[in-house]
Design a protein around this ligand. Structure first.
Ligand SMILES: NC(=O)c1ccc[n+]([C@@H]2O[C@H](COP(=O)([O-])OP(=O)(O)OC[C@H]3O[C@@H](n4cnc5c(N)ncnc54)[C@H](OP(=O)(O)O)[C@@H]3O)[C@@H](O)[C@H]2O)c1
Length: 283
C-alpha cells in the first residue's frame, strides 16, 4: 500500500539547489510532500523543480536568502494561504567559502613577516568579512527559517525540523575556522531548540554528513576517480568505508527524523552519516 504520511504535507527545504538537498527535496516529493525549494539562485532551484515535476511531484521554488527574515516571512505567509502550514523543515542551506580558509594548518613564523610565501594565508590574515558571512549562513541561516517556519508548526500543533551539522561539529578540521565554529553552533542550537520546542510538539534534530563531494569540495578533496588531493587522501584514509558519501546516503536518516511514526521520541539528536569517520582517531 502507498505510504501517505508525507502526502500533501508542506516540506520546506533550504539549500534545495545544492548537491545534498536537491536529492532530499526530490525524495520528499516522491514521498508525496509538497516541497518548497529555497535558495538564492533561481536557476539552480528550477532545475530541481523541473526534475520533481517531471516525476509527477509537487513543488515550488522560492529564491530567498535564509538570513533574510522578512523575505522568509513573506514566503511563509504565501505558503499558508496557498498550501497550508509547513510541517517539515530541512535546514540544508550552508557551507564554507575558500576565502574564509587558511592555507596553513598551524602557525608559522613567516605569517608575521613582510616577505610572505605567495598564496599563504594564516589565521592572522583571514578576511573577517568572509569569516562573518560563513558564520552567518551556517548559524543564523538555521535560526531564522526555524523561527519563521517553526512558528507555523507551533500554530498548527507540531512538526519536525532537521538541521545540517558536519564532522566539524565534533572536532574542528584544520583550515576552516569559521565553518567549524558555525557547524559546532548548529549542534548547540539543535539541542537548545529541541528542549524549547518540545512543548510545542516540534522535534528538532540534525544530520552530520561526513565527506560528500560537492562542486566546491571537489576542488580541495579531488575524487576517487580523477585522483585525490593530499587532503582528500587523508579523508579517505580516515573513513573506514573508504569512500565519499553520496547524497542518497542521507535519505533514510532524514526521512526517519522527519517521520513521527519512526522517531517520535528522538529530539535534540545529531546523527552522523559518515562512513565511520568519527570512529577513527587516525592514530
Ligand atoms: N558536502 C559535504 O560534504 C557536507 C558535509 C557536511 C555538511 N554539509 C552541509 O550540508 C549542507 C548542504 O551541503 P551541499 O554539499 O549540498 O552544499 P552545496 O551544494 O553548496 O549546497 C548548498 C546550497 O545552499 C544554498 N545557500 C547558500 N547560502 C544560502 C543563503 N544565504 N540563503 C539561501 N540558500 C543558500 C546554495 O545555493 P545559492 O548559492 O543559490 O543560495 C546551495 O545550493 C550544507 O549545510 C553543508 O554545510 C555538507
Amino acid at each position: 500500500m502507498h505510504d501517505t504520511y508525507f502526502q500533501d504535507q508542506v516540506a520546506v527545504v533550504t539549500g534545495a539547489g545544492g548537491t545534498l538537498c536537491s536529492v532530499i527535496a526530490r525524495d520528499l516529493a516522491e514521498r508525496g510532500a509538497r516541497v518548497v525549494l529555497v535558495g538564492r539562485t533561481l536557476a539552480k532551484l528550477q532545475t530541481v523543480a523541473d526534475a520533481i515535476t517531471a516525476a509527477g511531484g509537487v513543488c515550488r521554488t522560492a529564491a530567498c536568502d535564509v538570513t533574510d527574515e522578512p523575505g522568509l516571512k513573506q514566503l511563509s505567509d504565501e505558503l499558508l494561504d496557498n498550501w497550508g502550514p509547513c510541517r517539515f523543515l530541512v535546514n540544508g542551506a550552508g557551507g564554507n567559502n575558500i576565502k574564509a580558509m587558511t592555507t596553513l594548518t598551524a602557525f608559522e613564523a613567516s605569517e608575521l613577516g613582510d616577505e610572505r610565501p605567495a598564496g599563504q594565508v594564516g589565521f592572522f590574515d583571514l578576511d573577517m568579512g568572509m569569516f562573518e558571512q560563513v558564520l552567518k549562513i551556517n548559524t543564523l541561516g538555521t535560526v531564522i527559517p526555524s523561527r519563521v517556519f517553526g512558528r507555523q508548526m507551533a500554530v498548527a500543533g507540531g512538526g519536525s525540523i532537521v538541521n545540517f551539522a558536519s564532522m566539524n561539529s565534533y572536532c574542528p578540521l584544520t583550515r576552516v575556522p569559521a565553518y567549524a565554529m558555525g557547524k559546532a553552533a548548529v549542534v548547540s542550537l539543535t539541542e537548545w531548540l529541541a528542549a524549547y520546542l518540545a512543548s510545542a510538539n516540534i522535534r528538532v534534530n540534525a544530520v552530520a554528513p561526513g565527506f560528500f563531494v560537492n562542486a566546491r569540495s571537489v576542488q580541495y578533496l579531488g575524487s576517487l576517480q580523477a585522483g585525490l588531493t593530499p587532503r582528500g587522501r587523508q579523508v579517505i584514509d580516515h573513513t573506514p568505508m573508504g569512500r565519499f558519501g553520496e547524497a542518497k546516503d542521507l535519505l533514510g536518516c532524514v526521512a526517519w527524523l522527519l517521520d513521527d511514526r519512526a522517531s517520535a521520541f528522538v529530539t535534540g539528536a545529531t546523527i552522523p552519516v559518515d562512513g565511520g569517520f568519527l570512529t577513527r582517531s587516525g592514530v
